[in-house]
Write a protein that binds this ligand. Sequence first.
Ligand code: NAD
Length: 503
Amino acid sequence: MENTKTTKTISKQTTNQVTKVAVAYGDGIGPEIMKATLKILEASGANIQPEIIEVGEKVYLSGNSSGIEKKSWEVINTNKIILKAPITTPQGKGYKSLNVTLRKSLGLFANVRPVNALHPYVHTNFPNMDVVIIRENEEDLYAGIEHQQTQDVVQCLKLITRPGCEKIVRYAFEYAKLYGRKKVTCMVKDNIMKLTDGLFHNVFKEIAAEYPEIESNSQIIDIGSARLAATPENYDVIVTSNLYGDIISDIAAEIAGSVGMAGSANVGRNVAMFEAIHGSAPDIAGKAIANPSGLLNAAVMMLIHVGKVNIANKIKNAWLTTIEQGYHTADIYEEGQSVQKMSTSEFADKVIENLGNVPEKLTPSTIDEKAGSISIPVYERKQQEQVLVGTDVFINWQGSNPEEIGNALAGLDSYKLKLKMITNRGVKVFPNGMPETYCTDHWRCRFVAIDAVTEGTPKYAPINFEQILALLSNINKIGYEVIKTENLYEFDGKRAFSLGQGE
Ligand code: NAD
C-alpha cells in the first residue's frame, strides 16, 4: 500500500542555485576541519554560501551560558541549514549544552547517523557493516526534568509522546524508502516500560504496516545492543528513542573503527544541522593532523538534504577514492596498508584532486537524484475518553515499617477513593509485603475508586479532582508529607497506569 499520508518535499535542484548555510567553525580541531571541508565544497561546485555564526567556547567564556550569540540565531532562522564543527563545552557548572539547546529550540527531532565499514582501508572487525541509526532527539529522559524528592530519592522523568514517536518512526521508514534500505529495526525496553517504550513500539507497528515493502522487526534494547556489537552486518536501519540511540550510535561508530569519520544530521521540520559525530579533540588541535572526514560526510548529508545529490555523490566518491588510494590522516594511518600520512589540508587537496573519480573497490555512492529532505505530516491528535479513577500519592516518610504507614492511610477515605496498595521503589510493600524488601523514604500510595472486581480485574469508578484534594488534605492532617501526586486515568476504557510489582 502506498503511504498516502506522507507528503514528501524534495528540494530537487534543477539549477545549482546558491544555498546559504550557517557555518560554525567550532573549537579545538573545528576550524581546521571546517576549512578543509569548505575548500572541498567549493571545489566541487556545490555553490554553498557560508554565513559564519559564533558558537562555543569563546561565547561561553564571554559570559553567555547558552554558548550561542543572539545574532547567530537570526542567521540560523534565515538560512535553516547549519554546518557545525565540534565545540568545547568549558568545564564547570552553569554552561548549558549547546547541542541540546539547538536540538530542542529548533525542533531537530531526528538524529541520523550512518555508520559503515571501510574495510580493508580502515581497520574494523566488521567489514560488511552498513547501518543507519535514527535516534529520537527531543524527548525521553533527555527532557532533563529531574527532582530530588526525599533525602534518599531523586527522579528523572521519562517523557515519551505519541507525536514524538510518530515523527521519528515515520522518518525512519521514509529514510529507508528514499535510500533504498531494506529493513527497519525498532529497539525498545517495553517488557519493563510497558507504557512509555510500549507506546514507541506500538507506533512502530502501526507505521510499519504502511510500508509493507520494507521489512520490519523489533528487539529489546539490551539484546539488540549486544547483537549490534556482535553482528552489525545484520542491521540496516535502526530506530530508537533518545537514550538508547545515544548509546547504540556510539557503539556502532566505535566498532566500525571510524569515530573520526562519521557524520550526522539533526533534522527538524524546518531546520537541519549537520556535524561530525566526534568532539573538538583538544589533544590534537592546532597540529594540522585532524581527519576532516566526519565533517565532510556531514556536509555530504547536507548536500543531499538540500537536493544537490549529484554533487554529494561526487564528493563522497572522491573521498572514498582517496581512502582507497591509501592517502590517510594520522588517526587511520597504518604501516603497510596506507600509502602516505597526510595533514588535514593535504588530505582535503587529495579529495579535491579526486573529484570526478569513482572508487574501484569500495562501494561507490549512488544516492538517487530523487533523494532529498523528508517531510513528515503534521500530527493530528485523536480524541480519547479520559476518565479519572484514582491517584498515586507519593509520601516522604522516614519510617521503615510499611504496616505503620499502610494502616494509618487505610483508615482514610474520600468518596470512593481507598488505599489499594503502597509500593516502595515500585515494589508492593503493603498490604502483604515481603520483609526482605528494602524501603527508602519514598512511598507511593495508590488510592483508587473501585466499583466491583470481576475475576480479579477491578472495575474502576470515575472520581473528580475535588475528591483527590479532600484526600490529600486528610493525609496532610494526619501528619504525612505529600511530595507529589500522579492522577490515574483510563483512556477509552483502558487502564493507563502500570501496576505495582506484586500488585
Ligand atoms: P573527541 O571526540 O573530541 O576525542 C576523542 C579522541 O578521538 C581523541 O583522542 C581525539 O584526538 C580523537 N579524534 C576525534 N576526532 C578526531 C578527528 N577528526 N581526527 C583525528 N582524531 C580525532 O572527544 P572528547 O575528548 O571526549 O571531547 C573533547 C571535547 O569535545 C569536549 O569538550 C566535549 O564536550 C566536546 N564534544 C563536542 C561535540 C560536539 O560539538 N558535537 C561532541 C562530542 C564532544
